[in-house]
Design a protein around this ligand. Structure first.
Ligand SMILES: NC(=O)c1ccc[n+]([C@@H]2O[C@H](COP(=O)([O-])OP(=O)(O)OC[C@H]3O[C@@H](n4cnc5c(N)ncnc54)[C@H](O)[C@@H]3O)[C@@H](O)[C@H]2O)c1
Length: 260
C-alpha cells in the first residue's frame, strides 16, 4: 500500500458506477490518504450502487445525483460542495459515453446526435465542471485529472467517435492547464490501458483488445485498475506539484510499441 497523508483536503470524483470503475479505484486511494469526498452519480439506479459502495469508506462522502448534460444538476453538485466542504482541492473527471452503435459500426456513419452526445458527455463536460470548480479552488490552487485513452492519438478499431472525444478532452486538459496555471490549478490526463469496466465492455472487440495489449506491451501484461488509482493519487497530490498539462500513460508501455 502506498501511503500519503492528505487529511483536510476535499475532492470531487465524477464517474463511479460500480466497484470496477476506474473512479472507484481513485476514490479508494484518496480515501486511504484521508481526503474528504463528494461522489456525484448518474441516475438513481446507479445511486443505489454507489451508496452501498460508499459504506466501505471511512468518512461519509457527499452523494449527489449528476447527469453532466443537465446544467442544473452540475450546478447543484458544486453548491453542495460549497455548503458542506467550503473549498475544493481535487477534481476527477472519469466519465465518458457514446451510443453502442457508434462504437462498432463505420465511423463515417456516426449520426450528428451520436457525435454531439459523445463529445458533450466525454469532453465538453470537463469545461462545465471546471467552470464551477475553479472558484472553489482559487484560494489554495488545486489538482484536476481526466481519464483518457490512446485512441486520441492513434487509430484504434471500433473506438470511432470516442477517439474524437478523447482528442478533444486531451486538448481541453492542456488549454485549461494553461488558463488556470496562474491560480496554481494543475490539470493532467491519465491515459489508461484497457481495463475491464462497464464502459469498456461497450466497445466492440474489447476482449481481443485486452489480449493484443498484453501480448505487445513492454511489460507483457495488462495494467490493473489499482495501478491507475495509484497514478491518480500521485497526480492529485503535491508529489506531482511540478506537473501540469501532461498526459501520463498507465498502459504497461503499450503506446510506445510499433503496432506492426
Ligand atoms: N476501461 C478502460 O479500458 C479505459 C481505458 C482508458 C480510459 N478510460 C476512461 O476512464 C473513464 C472511466 O471509465 P471506466 O472504464 O471506469 O467505466 P465506468 O463505466 O465504470 O465509468 C464511466 C462513468 O461515466 C459515467 N457517465 C456516463 N454518462 C454520464 C453522464 N451523462 N453524466 C455523468 N456521468 C456519466 C457513468 O455513470 C460511469 O460512472 C472514462 O473516461 C473512460 O473513457 C477507460
Amino acid at each position: 500500500m502506498i501511503s500519503i497523508d492528505l487529511a483536510g483536503q476535499n475532492a470531487v470524483v465524477f464517474g463511479v458506477a460500480n466497484k470496477n470503475s476506474i473512479a472507484w479505484s481513485i476514490v479508494q486511494k484518496l480515501s486511504e490518504a484521508g481526503v474528504r469526498l463528494a461522489l456525484p452519480y448518474l441516475g438513481e439506479k446507479l445511486g443505489d450502487r454507489v451508496r452501498k459502495l460508499a459504506q466501505e469508506l471511512p468518512q461519509e462522502p457527499i452523494l449527489v445525483e449528476c447527469d453532466v448534460t443537465k446544467e442544473e444538476q452540475v450546478e447543484a453538485v458544486f453548491e453542495r460542495i460549497a455548503q458542506e466542504m467550503g473549498s475544493l482541492d481535487m477534481l476527477v473527471h472519469s466519465i465518458a459515453f457514446a451510443n453502442r452503435s457508434d462504437l462498432e459500426g463505420h465511423f463515417k456513419d456516426t449520426s450528428r446526435d451520436g457525435y454531439l452526445l459523445a463529445m458533450e458527455i466525454s469532453a465538453f463536460s470537463l469545461l462545465r465542471l471546471m467552470h464551477y470548480a475553479e472558484p472553489l479552488m482559487s484560494e489554495n490552487g488545486g489538482s484536476v485529472i481526466a481519464l483518457t485513452y490512446m485512441a486520441s492519438q492513434r487509430t484504434v478499431g471500433n473506438y470511432n467517435v470516442m477517439g474524437s472525444a478523447k482528442a478533444a478532452l486531451e486538448h481541453a486538459v492542456r488549454q485549461l492547464a494553461f488558463e488556470l496555471g496562474p491560480k496554481n490549478i494543475r490539470v493532467n490526463a491519465i491515459s489508461a490501458g484497457p481495463v475491464n469496466t462497464l464502459s469498456a465492455r461497450g466497445i466492440g472487440g474489447f476482449k481481443t483488445m485486452l489480449e493484443a495489449n498484453a501480448e505487445r506491451a513492454c511489460l507483457k501484461r495488462n495494467i490493473t485498475v489499482d495501478e491507475v488509482g495509484n497514478a491518480g493519487l500521485f497526480l492529485l497530490s503535491p508529489m506531482s506539484s511540478g506537473i501540469t498539462a501532461e498526459t501520463l500513460y498507465v498502459d504497461a508501455g503499450f503506446n510506445t510499441v510499433q503496432l506492426s
